[in-house]
Design a protein around this ligand. Structure first.
Ligand SMILES: O=S(=O)(CCO)c1ccc(-c2ccc(C3CCCC3)c([C@H]3C[C@H]3c3ccccn3)c2)cc1
Length: 240
């Protein structure tokens, strides 16, 4: 695996997500249910630092007919970012550090009355093998804020900071019916999605406004993205 200037940081952050994000801590009362829509459940924890809302967000979803590789690939792929992302004014891929690690600069649509935000982050995609060799690999994408010479701070825009992971497991129903997994019909696939996001708005924004935006935007964002993947993959051969 080719190494680059961010390899060590990426390894540390990815391992942290793999260690903590899949823990089922929903029965403890730290998470508050923000929204539920079918299989999708979106939770938040209230967290503030010097009056700035940092609320961690965690969502789980179960999507029929797609694989975890497909979901992560569309989430990571710079070519389709603006096809599914409805909250951005622009998205630029600044640098490809390797075939699985890109650096993005994105300008978010303004959330009135807060100042407009942009983000600069590395985006890393990888498969993670399971203990049970019969299972398909998990897939993960991590988006983690970084700096880059081609993404200077442009006032009056404020740089927001994000630490986001999308982790997907693929379940094959009636698994023993298929010798060759690539012949599994899509209706026998279920993708279990865990999405975690922690965003630092990068500067003061009214807590009540931010929390209202989080409550509205995250469920919409996840619903729109997963629907996009279902529509894009429906007629394609499955990507295991
Ligand atoms: O999953 S990703 O990696 C996909 C990258 O294409 C991701 C998603 C969301 C964000 C983000 C960045 C800034 C804000 C705020 C902070 C103050 C003003 C804007 C928010 C809050 C507003 C919430 C929100 C949630 C979902 C979508 C958009 N908006 C979210 C960053 C990365």
């Amino acid at each position: 695996v080719p190494r680059h200037r961010l390899s060590d940081e990426i390894e540390k952050i990815v391992q942290e997500h793999l260690k903590f994000d899949l823990v089922d801590d929903f029965n403890s009362n730290i998470w508050e249910l923000l929204a539920a829509d079918g299989e999708m459940k979106v939770y938040r924890r209230e967290l503030e630092e010097n009056g700035i809302v940092l609320d961690p967000l965690k969502a789980v979803h179960s999507v029929k007919g797609v694989t975890g590789h497909e979901v992560c690939k569309y989430f990571w792929d710079p070519a389709v970012r603006m096809e599914w992302e409805g909250t951005l004014d622009s998205s630029r891929m600044l640098e490809a550090l390797s075939d699985d690690t890109l650096i993005f600069n994105q300008v978010h649509k303004r959330v009135w009355p807060a100042a407009q935000r942009d983000t600069c982050f590395w985006s890393h995609i990888r498969s993670v093998s399971k203990e049970n060799k019969n299972d398909l690999d998990d897939w993960i994408v991590v988006n983690y804020s970084t700096t880059h010479d081609s993404a200077p701070i442009k006032e009056p825009m404020i740089r927001a900071w994000a630490n986001v992971a999308l982790i997907c497991s693929t379940i094959i129903l009636n698994r023993d019916k298929y010798a060759d997994l690539s012949s599994v019909p899509r209706e026998n696939l279920v993708c279990k999605i865990t999405y975690v996001a922690q965003v630092n708005p990068g500067g003061w924004a009214p807590a009540n406004v931010l929390r209202a935006v989080y409550k509205r935007e995250y469920p919409k964002f996840l619903k729109r993205f997963t629907q996009y993947v279902m529509d894009k993959t429906k007629k394609l051969p499955i990507l295991l």
